[in-house]
Design a protein around this ligand. Structure first.
Ligand SMILES: *Cc1c(COP(=O)(O)O)cnc(C)c1O
Length: 380
């Protein structure tokens, strides 16, 4: 519980991110244990949080790295990940990023279009190399999550659509500097309904049949990430149900002998271990509501403004009667609001406020808007 750490937390200038490393380790241990039951490989999606101590934990627990930019590949390698454990995804890889990844001889490029395959082939040819690729296929499976974090529908910009595959195979025949080793899927994020993953398995099985019918044996099946966390009850469910998640893939995914299955988890591994800690600057009584104005805003945590996402908010300093507040930041945007009509113990200037489950897509998405200072990170 965060309140137990209040003495320590009070010593730091707010706002700051506080990461509970023992909770992180418990989470990684649980994920690793369940994945190992089936010999599954888990790559950590760096974009969720790329802080060094977190990357170190990931590496020490044996996870690979799923990167979506050249700088993420650099960060992974700088933090000790072996290039053979690095995959590179993303719909818009630049030439410089591809060249860097080729030089590092990373494990695999997850390619999202035939145009990208041609460019990759050309760049690899110049270096006299052969790049390993997995085709990111858009399976047209609805993730039932917020529309901004849905990626597996044909209307989304991601992946190669089923009807393009025939021409992609014809192209691959001609490209001598790329080698097809697998297929890749990633249908969205914050998926809490496991039947969505069951639907994904069904689609993957169909694609496998399609490739076999074209005489292609795939070594790698990469089913992406997207497993959600419970933002409403961070203490009751300290990490997602990895047991049910991996067991579902084991039950429904039809594998051929020797095939390896890769996962790319981000949020599920790091969301709960991070908290944004802020201080109340002012209380303002409005017409119908009270505002608690914090010294943290959408510059530190943009998720509520960007995806209307919920974060549990707690007052660590007060035990008084509960009152309702709109909890807002200092930024000149009306979307700069962490929660409306939030019940909090009566709150005063100087109280410490915890915005929970902010370890994923929190600090990494922070910005310098309004020329604000970057929040620091502490680890406990
Ligand atoms: C973002 C992303 C992930 C991780 O998603 P989570 O929802 O955080 O698990 C995995 N793979 C790809 C390709 C991604 O873009």
């Amino acid at each position: 519980m965060l309140k137990q750490h209040i003495q320590e937390l009070q010593q730091h200038p707010t706002p700051f991110y506080a990461y509970n490393l023992s909770l992180l380790r418990q989470t990684l241990q649980a994920a690793k244990q369940e994945a190992e039951k089936y010999n599954y490989h888990v790559h950590y999606a760096l974009k969720a949080n790329a802080n060094e101590p977190i990357l170190t934990e990931m590496r020490e627990h044996g996870f690979g790295a799923d990167c979506v930019s050249g700088n993420e590949i650099k960060a992974a390698i700088a933090n000790g990940f072996a290039p053979k454990d690095v995959v590179f995804a993303g719909v818009g890889k630049s030439d410089a990023e591809i060249n860097y990844a080729l030089d590092q001889e990373i494990f695999c490029f997850n390619c999202e279009s035939s145009h990208e395959l041609s460019v990759l082939n050309e760049l690899a040819q110049k270096k006299d190399k052969v790049a390993r690729v997995a085709l990111r296929i858009n399976p047209n499976v609805n993730a039932n999550t917020h529309k901004y974090i849905t990626t597996g529908l044909e209307e989304n910009k991601f992946g190669i659509n089923a009807w393009e595959l025939e021409s992609v195979l014809a192209l691959l025949e001609e490209l001598k500097h790329v080698e097809l080793i697998g297929i890749h899927f990633h249908i969205g994020s914050q998926i809490t309904d496991l039947t969505v993953f069951k639907n994904l398995c069904t689609r993957v099985n169909e694609f496998q049949e399609w490739f076999l019918a074209h005489n292609i044996r795939l070594q790698h099946i990469n089913v992406g990430g997207g497993l959600g966390v419970d933002y409403y009850n961070p203490d009751e469910q300290a990490h997602p149900d990895f047991e049910a998640y991996f067991a579902l893939f084991n039950q429904f995914l039809e594998l051929r002998p020797g095939q390896e299955v890769h996962f790319e988890l981000g949020r599920a591994l790091v969301a709960h271990c991070g908290t944004l800690v802020s201080k109340v600057l002012y209380i303002k009584n409005g017409q119908n509501t009270n505002f608690a104005i914090l010294d943290a805003g959408m510059t530190e945590l943009i998720r509520p403004a960007l995806y209307q996402s919920y974060h549990k908010i707690e007052n660590l300093s007060s035990d008084k009667e509960e009152v309702k507040y709109d909890v807002v930041g200092p930024i000149c945007e009306s979307s700069d609001c962490f929660g409306k009509a939030v019940s909090l113990p009566e709150t005063s200037r100087g109280d410490l406020i915890a915005i929970r489950t902010a370890g994923a897509y929190g600090e990494v998405m922070s910005s310098g808007y309004n020329l604000r200072d970057r929040a620091k990170a502490i680890y406990y």
